[in-house]
Design a protein around this ligand. Structure first.
Ligand code: NAD
Ligand code: UGA
Length: 455
């Protein structure tokens, strides 16, 4: 029986390994992490992350061929294949701060693999990394452990949060990058054999390590670019009474463009889009490609502009002041069906509103714990409320920042009755029935559409 180890039991490591365990019963899968609390949570009914369908998936294999542990050294020793899925956040210090990837967790892992490995290993980059990171990994692994052969592959993950299980089960593609050497080709085939258990062979792509590493950054940059493109047009729509949903539908029906990722919003969030684009920008600067760097940087700048524009619209429409006004923020997660709040637009919006001295009340069905952590420095300025009806009581405005299904089903008549008048609603996700809200009495401000105002 072959053993697969995954170092890093986060949003990617946990779900990915649970899927491999369920599809490949002849492999023993061990997931390790330095965070003992996280590891305990994976072994319980309260997983450390929320993903639809994940608990069932984990439970199906847990302690059969799927194991969670903090014993990293033992895991390395026993493994034939080691996935590395540690976090690679944006660097906050020194050279490249605010743009480059912080590879300290990554490098620590490489050193630990080198120190503990007693037999040949395939080491798989699962984390998102700057192109040519495998080269650095190989240098570390090959220094001082000459008896063991390490074959480094790149196998980036394309799952999105909130749909992780579905994305893993029915991946559009799986990408495996390897070196064009005898051992490289063999290692790639070993990986292909794992995914071929459930992914149709024509969807398993092989490439060079460098193409694979860069494709991950490029895919996220393209997705985010579409959102920034439609968001930029949402501003023009608001100035011209064009409707961004109609525009998106019209352009999206062109088969060459396609309909996905054209929903205008308060801005994209999540742990990766901004981080990966800034990483791409840094790489371009490093290689002297300043025009290319500037091109991609605009995607992030446009996103920030959109978040700020949302707050400016709120203030302008509420008679140029929100000071002392209760504002209920519906949704703090960066998207629906996740408790993740990393880089959520709600963070910046709430901070700006507090700066304007608004009384902010935050509600979210899954993300209040993370929201409290993110906003800890403003703890005395925010009220957290589980129940959206209580959050809205006495509020001047509702700001919809996450497209939770339950927010579409709220009794807006009841909400309206309990609010201060005139009552405003700012739909940062264009997910509500605006005409109906207007009929109830709300002054409605969508994104990229004409506001519906009684004033
Ligand atoms: P995460 O922060 O949820 O998980 C990373 C885990 O690695 C943490 O639990 C941390 O404790 C652990 N870790 C750090 N250093 C370690 C070490 N030396 N030894 C053992 N464990 C260690 O991060 P994530 O969201 O799972 O992302 C991981 C990588 O995958 C990142 O590079 C990210 O860009 C990429 N990615 C993420 C997503 C996503 O949806 N979150 C999707 C695709 C790719
Ligand atoms: C994204 C990619 O979709 C994944 O393929 C990738 O693996 C992942 O990043 C990663 O590398 O971490 P994720 O950030 O989890 O996944 O979620 P998305 O569905 O891409 O949404 C990102 C943000 O864009 C959310 O805030 C979402 O609300 C926003 N969005 C999305 C829009 O504003 N408009 C859209 O049309 C689509």
């Amino acid at each position: 029986m072959k053993t697969i180890l995954c170092i890093g039991a986060g949003y990617v490591g946990g779900p990915t390994m649970a899927m491999i365990a369920s599809k490949c019963p002849e492999y023993r899968i061990i997931v390790v992490d330095i965070d003992a609390e996280r590891i305990r949570a994976w072994q319980s009914d309260r997983l450390p992350i929320y993903e639809p369908g994940l608990l069932e998936l984990v439970k199906a294999s847990l302690n059969k061929n799927l194991f969670f542990s903090t014993d990293i050294a033992k895991g390395i020793e026993e493994a034939d294949i080691i996935f590395v899925s540690v976090n690679t956040p944006t660097k906050t210090f020194g050279e490249g701060a605010g743009r480059a990837a912080d590879l300290q967790y990554w490098e620590k892992t490489a050193r630990q693999i080198k120190a503990c490995a007693k037999s040949d290993k395939i080491v798989v980059e699962k984390s998102t990394l700057p192109v040519r990171t495998a080269e650095a990994m190989e240098r570390i692994l090959k220094s001082g452990n000459p008896t063991v052969h390490f074959e480094v592959l790149s196998n980036p993950e394309f799952l999105a949060e909130g749909t992780a299980v579905k994305d893993l089960e029915k991946a559009d593609r799986v990408l495996i990058g390897g070196h064009d050497t005898e051992t490289g080709r063999k290692a790639v085939q070993d990986m292909v054999a794992i995914y071929a258990h459930w992914i149709p062979r024509e969807r398993i792509l092989t490439a060079s390590v460098w193409s694979s590493e860069l494709s991950k950054l490029a895919a996220n940059a393209f997705l985010a670019q579409r959102i920034s493109s439609i968001n930029s047009l949402s501003a023009l729509c608001e100035s011209t009474e064009a409707d961004v949903t109609e525009v998106a539908r019209a352009i999206g029906m062109d088969a060459r463009i396609g309909p996905k990722f054209l929903n205008a919003s308060v801005g994209f969030g999540g742990s990766c889009f901004k981080k990966d684009i800034l990483n791409l920008v840094y790489l371009c600067q490093h290689y002297g490609l300043s025009e290319v760097a500037r091109y991609w940087e605009q995607v992030v700048e446009m996103n920030q502009y959109q978040e700020d524009r949302f707050v400016r619209t709120m203030i302008a429409s509420m008679f140029n002041t929100v000071a002392g006004k209760r504002i209920a923020v519906l949704g703090f997660a960066f998207k629906a069906d996740t408790g993740d709040t990393r880089e959520s637009p709600a963070n910046r919006v709430c901070r700006s509103l507090i700066e304007e001295r608004a009384a902010v009340v935050v509600t979210d069905p899954r993300a209040l714990k993370n929201a409290r952590k993110d906003m800890a420095d403003l703890a005395d300025k925010i009220v957290y409320e589980e129940d959206p009806y209580l959050a809205a009581e006495g509020a001047h405005a509702l700001a919809i920042l996450t497209d939770w299904e339950e927010y579409k089903k709220l009794d807006y008549g009841r909400l309206y009755e309990s609010m201060s008048k005139p009552a405003f609603i700012f739909d940062g996700r264009n997910c509500l029935d605006h005409a109906k809200l207007f009929e109830i009495g709300f002054n409605v401000y969508p994104i990229g559409k004409k506001p519906l105002s009684h004033l």
